[in-house]
Design a protein around this ligand. Structure first.
Ligand SMILES: *Cc1c(COP(=O)(O)O)cnc(C)c1O
Length: 391
């Protein structure tokens, strides 16, 4: 028997995620003219709050499109035809970055791992030693389609000792765990509001080090007068400077509400909330008899849990049952991980430990409809609650 839900009750995806109610309210505020003194003040305040959240010395550049724009803009701004680029590919996003890097550089190198493992910093050290001509290194911190975390701070320390700049995709980890541009020694650090900050997709943030700015400014191919331009927006936060084009007024209002929530709760507390939710979810998944996708639990992300699909299960069918029978929406794999795993997001407002219970129970019940009862939902639920109580 199915009782189809007309609407999704729980969006437990890996992004976009449901927004915080305060963000939704802020998105509905009057849309001021971009040179209205009120909006100029808002924009300057948002730049300051973003600087506080990202702990940078200068305001990060805000670009007017969801974080894929920031990632393409970073490649376009940094990489010149003289560059030797090392891309670290441990998942679909890291691997996919090649598409923007390779056509722009002289030499494209990569280190690959299976998509359920993380990059080994020793391999990066060896490659940097072997190829001292490397000028750009790129890495995805949390490769979301795998739910795995790369050791970016260790990689950052290695790259910082060379002439190369480091581009980091921290789109789905910033705001949900300890990852900050300076501490990670990232030169170009790309993130956005639509994952762990609990905003809709629509903006990118790019935090840039002195070394990163020098590299971009020395690149004659760095876009200007373009939607891809980072340079155009360098000074946009200064009230005495014009915007290169109209900023997304409503998105900026929403972002301010999200930053207020993040800074008021305190980054440590927010990160801990994400970590506790993921730990409860992983415990439930395992106790129910399922396997994590990540090769080892120490690289499993605190902002998303990737669950390996049991053999013979079709993810579309599985996720349809979760949605139609229980009103729960989770994420599929992507690219190489499609139909090998499903993903439960713990991002922003859904990084609350009790949501792990909903996700685990709905996943187990849906799997049991497709198999001869492979999941012990009771054991899964008990493990979720025991993990919550133990924290
Ligand atoms: C979400 C995400 C992006 C942005 O891509 P989407 O179009 O929002 O899916 C980029 N990198 C990573 C690692 C992400 O998780």
């Amino acid at each position: 028997m199915t009782r189809p839900f007309k609407e999704t009750i729980f969006t437990l995806t890996t992004g976009p995620v449901n927004c915080y109610p305060a963000v939704l309210q802020a998105l509905g505020r009057p849309v001021l003219y971009d040179y209205d003194p009120g909006f100029l003040k808002t924009y300057a305040r948002v730049a300051e709050k973003l600087m506080a959240a990202m702990q940078t010395a200068k305001p990060p550049v805000i670009l007017q499109g969801e974080p894929v724009l920031g990632l393409e803009a970073a490649a376009a701004s940094v990489v010149s035809p003289d560059d030797v680029v090392l891309n670290l590919a441990s998942g679909v996003y890291g691997d996919g970055y090649r598409y923007w890097l390779e056509p722009r550089c002289r030499d494209y190198l990569e280190i690959r791992t299976p998509f359920n493992e993380a990059i080994n910093p020793a391999d990066v050290a060896a490659m940097l030693e072997q190829r001292p001509d490397i000028t750009v290194v790129a890495v995805c911190h949390h490769d979301t389609p795998s739910g795995t975390i790369n050791p970016v701070a260790e990689i950052g320390a290695l790259v910082a000792a060379t002439k190369a700049v480091l581009i980091v995709d921290a789109v789905s980890s910033f705001g949900g765990m300890e990852i900050l541009p300076n501490a990670a020694k990232a030169d170009i650090f790309v993130t956005g509001p639509n994952k762990c900050l609990g905003c809709p997709p629509g903006l990118s943030f790019v935090a840039i080090s002195e070394k990163g700015w020098a590299k971009i400014k020395a690149n004659p191919r760095a876009p200007k007068g373009s939607i891809l331009s980072i340079l155009d927006w360098e000074h946009a936060w200064r009230p005495d400077q014009p915007f290169p084009f109209t900023p997304s007024v409503a998105e900026i209002n929403g972002l301010e509400a999200a930053l207020d929530l993040y800074l008021a709760e305190g980054p440590q507390a927010v990160w801990e909330r994400h970590a506790r939710t993921a730990a409860a979810c992983r415990a439930g998944i395992r106790a129910m008899g399922l396997m994590l996708w990540a090769a080892s639990e120490d690289i499993a992300s605190p902002t998303a849990t990737a669950v390996a699909l049991p053999a013979g299960i079709d993810e579309t069918q599985l996720r349809r049952i979760m949605h139609d029978d229980y009103g729960v929406m989770i994420s599929s794999g992507r690219g190489e991980t499609l139909n090998k795993l499903v993903r439960i997001g713990h991002m922003g407002p859904t990084a609350q430990p009790i949501y792990a219970l909903t996700a685990v129970a709905a996943l187990g019940a849906a799997l049991n409809k497709l198999t001869a009862g492979c999941c012990d939902i009771g054991a899964g639920a008990a493990a979720v609650m025991a993990t919550i109580d133990a924290a």
